[in-house]
Design a protein around this ligand. Structure first.
Ligand code: 13P
Length: 291
């Protein structure tokens, strides 16, 4: 079966010391390219949409394309809703057929974060096989409708992380560890690897129960990625890189074919560039051949 939730494939990844790429898309061409790359590499895959694109194109449209692609692909694929701050919209996307939902109440007080996250967990579990991601602490930078200034970002406290996971019944957990959305301002961003390792030990030391998510994939140095996988990172979110890939590929194509007026060729250029970017991530995450 190629339609899966995120938790099941992430548990396998965490056990096998590799990670699954979770790629944010805004268009159907990107979705196809991401799937093509994962099929070529025989890798499990998570496709993500932020809230804005899912409202613009329509959650049902994303789900229909996802199901069409996933049902004929020989690899497990999850469709994830990324950083949703509205409980009601999380429920609507679960109803529509997303197979992993991220409720992001990380800007609320811890108690309110627990309350909202638990409400989404209870709802998704009552529907069936839908897993839920929650976040504690805050990731700096801009992702869709969420903006967090660098000096506002707070790392996840390990003891509080255990309480958060236990009280919400969460399936997969994104602790803030210093990674950031967008392009890193320095070549060596300050990431708290040990914090991720400690949280992983406390949650998953006696067998993987709640696999961990690393946000802010774009621009992470390759040796950081390996170290984050060792520390328990089982899902890496990549958004900005694919946005840049789409815009740069479009720009490059148009700059050299300004008189052509053939949209299909622009789409092909975007697909090709996206497929290459995703293949590179799959290699870095060591998930090739794991489907
Ligand atoms: P980047 O935009 O830095 O790749 O981060 C993506 C992300 O974490 C989405 O949730």
């Amino acid at each position: 079966m190629s339609i899966v939730n995120a938790k099941d494939i992430m548990v396998e990844a965490a056990k096998g010391k590799y990670a699954i790429g979770a790629f944010n898309v805004t268009s159907i061409h990107q979705m196809e390219a991401v799937v093509e790359a994962a099929v070529e590499k025989k890798s499990p895959l998570i496709i993500q949409t932020s809230v804005k694109p899912s409202k613009v194109l329509g959650r049902e449209v994303f789900v229909a394309v996802y199901r069409t692609l996933a049902e004929s692909a020989p690899i497990p694929i999850c469709l994830h809703l990324d950083h949703c701050t509205e409980v009601d919209y999380c429920k609507k996307c679960a109803d529509a057929g997303y197979t992993n939902i991220m409720i992001d109440a990380s800007k609320q007080t811890c108690e309110e974060n627990i309350r909202q996250t638990k409400e989404v967990v209870d709802y998704c579990h009552s529907l069936g096989d839908i897993s839920v991601e929650g976040e504690l602490g805050t990731v700096s930078g801009v992702e869709d409708q969420i903006k967090v200034a660098e000096d506002e970002a707070a790392l996840a406290n390990p003891e509080q992380s255990v309480e958060f996971v236990e009280r919400t019944g969460l399936d997969i957990f994104a602790p803030a560890i210093g990674t950031a959305h967008g392009v890193y301002k320095t070549k060596n961003p300050k990431i708290d690897f040990e914090r991720l390792g400690k949280i992983n030990m406390m949650l998953n030391g006696n067998g993987v129960k709640v696999p961990l998510v690393v946000h802010g994939g774009t621009g992470l140095p390759e040796d950081y990625i390996q170290k984050l996988i060792e520390m328990g990172g089982a899902k890496f979110n990549v958004s900005t890189e694919l946005k840049h890939t789409l815009i740069d590929a479009t720009w490059d194509y148009l700059s050299t074919h300004r008189e052509e007026y053939d949209p299909g060729k622009i789409d092909a250029a975007v697909r090709d560039a996206t497929r290459k970017a995703v293949s590179h991530w799959i290699d870095m995450l060591c998930s090739a051949g794991k489907a």
